[in-house]
Design a binder for this molecule. Sequence first.
Ligand SMILES: [Zn+2]
Length: 486
Amino acid sequence: MRIAIGGFMHESNTFAPLPANRERFLEGSLTYGQAMVPIWREAHHEVGGFIEAAGKFGFELVPLGMAWATPSGPVTDEFFEHFCDALVTGVRIANPDGVLIALHGAMVTPKYPAADTEITRRLREAIGPDKPLAVTLDFHGNVCPAMADYANIIVGYQTYPHVDQRQRGVVAGELLARAVKKEIRPVSVAVSLPLFINLLGQDTARVPMTTLMESARAAEKRLGVLSVSIMAGFPYADVPDAGASVIVVADGNAQLAKAVADELAAAMWAVREQLNVLCPEPAEAVKQAIAATSTPVLLIDLGDNIGGGSAGDGTVLLAELLAQKAKGFVVVLHAPNAVVVAKRAGIGGVFEGDVGGAVDRLHGDPVAVRGTVRSLHDGKWIEGEARHGGRRLNDQGHTAVIDLGDGNALVLNSLRTPPFSLGQLTSLGIDPRAARVIVVKAAVAYKAAYAPIAGEIIPVDTPGLTAINPARFTYSRIKRPMYPIG
Ligand SMILES: [Zn+2]
């Protein structure tokens, strides 16, 4: 049994100005053929799960390639065509017994608003009508129901933060191997809802999402049901398929799959008001953080959620912390030009200049700061634990730590890096446990790394490309009416 494996993953924020071109994928992870295996084998990622499944369920791997980039604006049509060709050509040459492909589900290109479905369609065409094709998706996929016409098996992550990625990859691999052996005849059905769940409401450790997940796991135990995935969706994409959905894989019974998906979709719709979580604005949130007795306080910069595609150089909370004279804070900003200035000053030298607000003005203006260069780093570290995103080798590029006085540290890095690993700070000699306030540019994904050390967590309704409130955005292509914005 020979199974082709591969991946092409991007979460595209259609409101973000920076496109994902070949350079962005090279900064992320871009490998062709066999070279993908050593990179992803150990990762807590679905591709690692595919490789594990090969050993467990007895299939030979035909690695096609893997492309992954940090969320940003849409993928360019040029890179999309290039990497699709690499995958499709690989399948045509190898003529495998089945295909296992890791997609995100919220990839957009200028030409394809449902790019993941287009990839699936092309892979189906390449492999022919009869062989099984399995797709794994991120919990944030905006699922286009037509994907199920091309893929027999669709399996999404069921945790946010995403800590079950490897396990879901193994599930997809097992179902595919059983389908190749004709033990099962999997069919998938996807049902989408006109529902935006904001990222706080998507947290699978929070009710009612927890309850919905329990219902999904219970439904998976029903006779004839092979897999159930509740998909939270990605509200930062102005595309026709944006929103929450449910995917069910059943054994030869599309009617059963549809019935189970409809039932869970109705359960989701029934709790939509509880899924719509609200939180304080910056000034109030910083006031609460300074007054907190249990530290470190995490101020969650929801508007500048790097993992959701924003720039990572938003200054709203930094400016507010300085204005309210907070002490003992740590703020990380993506500021490649400021890193050059810091390197020129050297360790112990004076750093003076504007930081942040370079990409756009949606996340605040540049802030003038003065401090001392505490340390300089190459920005690389290894994460050994299961963290959201499943990355082991991390790289935030050349990085400078600036001492701002009052125990305040400003970290300036050269590559946009979401805060999914404490190594981002500890590798710089910063002990996050000793800080009073840490600004975290994320929504929920940071929790796997940061929640265990947090004294208190305050999500903040900051403005920006990933603002928590969808009413801050102007949509023109989504389904209407869309809860909660109408
Ligand atoms: Zn996600």
